[in-house]
Design a protein around this ligand. Structure first.
Ligand SMILES: *Cc1c(COP(=O)(O)O)cnc(C)c1O
Length: 249
C-alpha cells in the first residue's frame, strides 16, 4: 500500500469535500471548527491507516468486535477511537481497552459497567478518563409522527430526555468517566431540524449543571450542515468519506 494509491487519492478528495462543506456551514466566520470523527465501520484497517496519513486523528466505530480488531491492527497511540454504536454492558471491558470516548450511553447499568472497566484499565495503563456522551432519543421533536410501533425513533436508540439529567449526574460522579456532552442521531426520513433544535436545548440544560459537558455530537453525511447550524461540536461522518457500506447497520 503506497501512500499515493488510488484509494488514498479518493479518500483525500472526499475528505477535502467534507471539510469544505464544514467550513461553508459554520454559522459565523471564525467560529470554532468542529471535530470531525470519520466513521470507518465496515471498512478495513488499511483505510484507517490511509486516513491517518491524511491527517485524520478521530475515527468512529459502532461494533466492538470490529473496532477492537482494527484498533489492534492499526495500533497508533495518537489515534482516538470513538465508540458510537449500541453497547452491551458485557463489552465494556473490551471497549475500555481502546476507546477514547463512548457516544452511545443510554442507561445507568452501562455507566456502571464502563466505570468499572475503565477503573481497571486506568490501573493497568494510567490512561485518561473515558469521555462519555449521553445518547438522546429525539423523536419527541416530532409529535406528528407519534406512535408507529416503537416510536419514530425506532431502532435509532437513545435515552428519553426526561431521564437525561439523572444519567448526567451518574456519569459526572463516576470515578473513571468524564461527562463529555450529549449525542443524537436524527430520526430517519424526516427533516432533521426539529431534532437538532431539541438537542441544542437539551445540551444547554446539561451544560448549566455540568459546564465541562459542552460537547454536542451530532451530524452525519446527510445532515451535517443542519447539525452545525444548531451548534454541533463533533460530527460523525462515514459514507460521504469512505463510500457506501452494506445497507443494514
Ligand atoms: C454510521 C453512523 C454514522 C455515520 O453515518 P454516515 O451517514 O455514513 O455519515 C454516524 N453516527 C452513527 C451513530 C452511526 O452509526
Amino acid at each position: 500500500m503506497s501512500p499515493d494509491d488510488a484509494r488514498t487519492t479518493q479518500l483525500a478528495e472526499r475528505l477535502d469535500a467534507v471539510r469544505r462543506r464544514i467550513a461553508a456551514a459554520l454559522p459565523t466566520a471564525g467560529a470554532i471548527e468542529p471535530a470531525l470523527i470519520v466513521v470507518t465501520k465496515f471498512h478495513p484497517g488499511a483505510d484507517v491507516q490511509r486516513l491517518r496519513r491524511l491527517g485524520v486523528a478521530d475515527v468512529g466505530e459502532n461494533r466492538d468486535q470490529e473496532a477492537a480488531a482494527k484498533a489492534a491492527e492499526v495500533a497508533d497511540p495518537e489515534l482516538r477511537w470513538h465508540f458510537i454504536g449500541q453497547l452491551q454492558s458485557n463489552k465494556a471491558r473490551s471497549v475500555a481497552g481502546y476507546a477514547h470516548s463512548v457516544h452511545s450511553i443510554d442507561r445507568p447499568s452501562l455507566v456502571k459497567a464502563l466505570d468499572r472497566a475503565m477503573v481497571a484499565e486506568q490501573q493497568e495503563t494510567g490512561r485518561a478518563r473515558l469521555q462519555c456522551y449521553i445518547q438522546l432519543d429525539l423523536s419527541g421533536a416530532y409529535p406528528e409522527l407519534a406512535a408507529p410501533a416503537g416510536g419514530a425513533n425506532s431502532g435509532r436508540g437513545g435515552l428519553a430526555p426526561s431521564s437525561m439529567m439523572g444519567l448526567a449526574e451518574r456519569i459526572a460522579a463516576a470515578q473513571a468517566l468524564e461527562l463529555a456532552g450529549v449525542m443524537a442521531v436524527a430520526p430517519l426520513g424526516v427533516d432533521p431540524e426539529p431534532a437538532f433544535e431539541l438537542l441544542a436545548r437539551l445540551s444547554a440544560e446539561v451544560v448549566e449543571e455540568h459546564p465541562q459537558a459542552w460537547r454536542m455530537s451530532a451530524g452525519m453525511s446527510h445532515d451535517l450542515e443542519t447539525a452545525l447550524a444548531y451548534g454541533a461540536t463533533h460530527l460523525r461522518v462515514g459514507s460521504d468519506i469512505l463510500g457506501p457500506r452494506p445497507a443494514v447497520l
